[in-house]
Ligand binder design. Structure first.
Ligand code: CO
Length: 460
């Protein structure tokens, strides 16, 4: 019998985030939810990552309400979210009580699969979220943040997979956020993991460098079970490769693909209209749709290259771009080869620019890099360069324990603080994650409700 390959559709989360900075409002995609639900995806990735932040910051939406509304319209498909381990949806570590309650509420509001990653691949940063996920009855997808370096060997990744399995992972995700994984590498890495554990493996990559179709094909040959794709109008460039194209190619090669073509065609027609609107208003830029092979040369994510450029432009120093780019891998090596993903990509990039513009390395150091050197982000893949660490920390000693163990519980004090303002634990969680944004949202909501009440009275 033909081997089955399953698909995760990313249009509502990663494609939306990578191409149009997560600006898709609920009302715009709502008419398609029932169709997506009937298309036969393994899961629909629809929450987490930047969606929570952007809902509150720009779209005036309650992210929890968005999730419940998606759930109501999609009873048959697993809903998936992306979670930054102990960082949850933010940029620094939170206390365990917040991580646990957040995961519990995400599942209660409709999430079935939580993909949990850590920027350093430090499994102690994944443990609390993984355990909370299985406890809540959802699927914990233990995730490897994929990168290449002298210390990132297949043996190390396999060791990590075994630890994730022990923590309760039901599936493993290899997350290639930069789209730099080549086809042979995919074949070798999936084979190594499949040899070591008998678990479903999901490969996540981006089309940024143009490798993705080939990479998925070789991963499927090596036994990968699930691939992440985006419906064609929202595919390519910094997003995922196209859902329909991979379904077509894999069927031709004899694999079983349980997607309903009528539904994916409907989705493509619908999202083409949406894409055209975002092209017309300038949100979707041609740059995001282009193939960028620079990332292969420098082994840095595409998003980092554009961040470097915008930083240098702001400082009127675009002529230093080549130097800043050359400094980036050196800073990464000094920092013990962290994978470059939120938040380490920003930290390393900013430091590289500082080192070049100051004319002296580590003369200026951000508070995040200082915290990183103290060990607040966890154990680095290789040791931090000892001289540089000493220079940054002075007499301060780096942590020898897990940072979150030193953080006081935050949920109960915040419940107290928000008495009369928060309507639910979900509100409390939003506030802990993004205090000023949540506060503004609560005010907007109150004003809107008061208006609605007035309106009803007038109508009577
Ligand atoms: Co991604």
């Amino acid at each position: 019998m033909a081997r089955k390959v399953q698909f995760v559709e990313t249009v509502l989360r990663d494609a939306n985030q990578s191409l149009i900075a997560t600006r898709l409002p609920f009302d715009k995609f709502e008419p398609m939810l029932e169709t997506i639900d009937k298309a036969g995806f393994y899961a629909a990735e629809c929450w987490g990552g930047a969606t929570f932040d952007v809902c509150l910051r720009y779209l005036h939406e309650d992210p929890w309400e968005r999730l419940r509304k998606i759930r109501a319209k999609m009873p048959n498909t697993k809903l998936q979210m992306l979670l930054r381990g102990q960082n949850v949806l933010g940029y620094s570590h939170y206390p365990d009580d917040f991580v646990k309650l957040f995961v519990q509420k995400a599942v209660e509001n409709g999430i079935d699969v939580i993909r949990i990653f850590d920027a350093l691949n430090d499994v102690s940063n994944l443990k609390v979220a993984m355990e909370a996920t299985t406890k809540a009855g959802a699927i914990a997808s233990g995730t490897i943040s994929y990168t290449t370096s002298p210390v990132h060997t297949h043996a190390k990744y396999v060791e990590m997979v075994k630890e994730l399995k022990e923590m309760g992972a039901s599936t493993i995700c290899i997350k290639d956020m930069a789209g730099i994984m080549g086809p042979q590498e995919a074949y070798d890495m999936v084979s190594a993991i499949k040899d070591a554990v008998d678990m479903p493996i999901d490969l996540h990559t981006h089309s940024t460098t143009g490798l993705a179709f080939m990479t998925y094909l070789k991963a499927v040959e090596a036994g990968v079970d699930i691939i992440d794709t985006a419906i064609s109008p929202f595919s390519g460039g910094t997003s995922q490769p196209a859902t329909e194209t991979l379904a077509y190619a894999l069927r031709q090669l004899g694999y079983e693909v349980d997607l309903n073509d009528e539904m994916t065609t409907k989705m493509a027609t619908f999202f083409k209209g949406i894409r055209d609107e975002f092209v017309a208003d300038g949100t979707l830029m041609p740059k995001a749709m282009a193939t960028d092979t620079q990332c292969l040369t420098y082994q840095v994510p595409g998003g980092m290259l554009s961040n470097l450029m915008s930083q240098l432009k702001q400082m009127n120093a675009m002529d230093r771009f080549d130097e800043a780019l050359a400094e980036t891998p050196k800073v990464r090596a000094d920092m013990g080869y962290p994978p470059l993903v939120t938040p380490t990509s920003q930290m390393v990039g900013v430091q590289a620019v500082r080192n070049v513009l100051d004319g002296q390395r580590y003369k200026t150091v951000s508070k995040e890099i200082k915290a990183y050197c103290r060990g607040e982000y966890g154990k680095t893949p290789a040791p931090i360069n000892a001289d540089i660490q000493k220079m940054i920390l002075g007499d301060e000693q780096p942590l020898t324990t897990r940072y979150a163990d030193s953080l006081a519980p935050i949920v109960e004090p915040t419940r107290e603080q928000l008495k009369g303002i928060a309507k639910s634990d979900e509100d409390v969680l939003s506030y802990i994650a993004f205090p000023s944004l949540a506060e503004k949202y609560f005010e907007e909501r109150k004003a809107k409700e008061e208006n609605e009440v007035t309106y009803t009275i007038v109508e009577c």
